[in-house]
Design a protein around this ligand. Structure first.
Ligand SMILES: *Cc1c(COP(=O)(O)O)cnc(C)c1O
Length: 363
């Protein structure tokens, strides 16, 4: 069986260093907001190329903290892709703001920059960009729109640690970005984790306080904050893994290249990329007309797959108010998409087997 993602194998490579760093945390007697967080925040900010990194409990909180940090008010509109994981949208509605959905581009699966301007109203405060599957959004034209209408650009970079657009890493393409360190992400902890990256000092200060009970110093509360912190143990583990992120992403790119060059089947549409550096292949999603049939076929051949995602946010029970809306490109993608194995520990012979099995698929 070729696993969709072998997390044990991914982390086993770092066992010795992780064991040692966990032991150090245990020995230190300091488990929350300490030296490990400071160290990881500094290293991650350097890696992304930003001034500030604020660690927090998970990726959803990171986005939530950005929206709270900007002090957007209930009723403020935030533009967000219709084709995303629901967390991007939940972060907006959790704060009483209004998610305004925009269709993706069928080539990149990312938000279609040409469809943003028509959705802007006098209430629009921000555009949230999601670098879906690990591919950086082409932000140039969007930055111009944001400037023209005075909108903040928030990045949901939960799937795109290390991707590059126009010489800059995701997490440094807008005003503030949210990352997730959920175990399956390109940089994953052994539990939950997340962070915000930004060059905005004022925002960084606010977010750091809001994430810690709204407190700027101990028992002094200036905001109605939340508790969203990254454990010292998780910060230490992430600090062990960060130096290997580029190498891991390179490995993912090699596999993606191999798939893109060798999967040749008229029943299968391969993912597009406009620039090799832009993509870190968190997910390699192919499309086919009869998705269930292909998934069963692969399962029978011992290849685990996944679907990112089977139901679009506007068709979820959580957003009944959108039940009658249709986003045809988003729906088409959700109906046809299927994710095949890709990871830094997928072996050449496994990738070759995946290619052979896919090429034999009759549809
Ligand atoms: C994983 C993910 C999140 C949420 O991250 P958590 O750490 O699970 O809260 C948000 N947005 C996208 C696009 C994601 O893939």
């Amino acid at each position: 069986m070729i696993k969709f993602l072998d997390l044990h194998k991914i982390n086993e490579r770092f066992r010795k260093e992780i064991d040692e760093r966990i032991k150090n945390v245990l020995d230190s007697g300091w488990y929350i907001l300490g030296e490990q967080n400071k160290l990881f925040e500094r290293h991650f900010a350097e890696y992304i190329g930003v001034k500030h990194c604020i660690s927090c409990a998970n990726g959803l909180d990171a986005l939530n903290l950005i929206i709270r940090g900007y002090d957007f008010k209930p009723g403020d509109e935030i533009i967000v892709p219709a084709n995303t994981y629901i967390a991007s949208i939940l972060a907006i509605s959790e704060n009483g703001c209004v998610p305004v959905l925009v269709e993706p581009d069928i080539e990149t699966y990312n938000i279609d920059p040409k469809k943003i301007e028509e959705k802007i109203t006098s209430e629009t405060k921000a555009v949230m960009l999601v670098h879906l599957y690990g591919q950086a959004v082409q932000t140039k034209s969007i930055s111009e729109i944001a400037k023209k209408y005075n909108l903040k650009i928030i990045e949901d970079a939960a799937q795109a640690h290390g991707a590059i657009y126009d010489g800059k890493r995701t997490g440094n393409l807008g005003d503030a970005a949210g990352f997730s360190f959920y175990p399956g992400k390109n940089l994953g902890a052994l539990g939950d984790g997340g962070c915000v990256t930004t060059n905005d000092e004022k925002l960084a200060k606010r977010i750091r306080a809001i994430a810690n009970y709204g407190s700027d110093y101990k028992y002094h509360h200036i905001y109605k904050g939340i508790n969203s912190r990254l454990d010292e143990i998780q910060a230490a583990i992430l600090d062990v893994k960060l130096p290997f992120l580029d190498k891991d992403n390179k490995q993912r790119r090699e596999i993606a290249k191999f798939y893109r060059q060798n999967i040749k089947n008229p029943e299968i549409i391969l993912p597009e990329t406009y620039d090799e550096d832009a993509h870190v292949w968190h997910i390699f999603a192919i499309r086919t007309k009869n998705r269930t049939k292909l998934q069963e076929y692969l399962e029978n051949k011992g290849i685990q797959t996944n679907i990112h995602y089977p139901t679009p946010p506007h068709k979820q029970g959580a957003y009944k108010e959108w039940a009658n809306q249709s986003y045809l490109v988003t729906e088409k993608i959700h109906n046809e998409i299927i994710s095949i194995p890709i990871s830094p520990v997928l072996e050449d012979k496994e990738a070759e087997y995946v290619v052979n099995v896919l090429n034999q698929y009759k549809g």
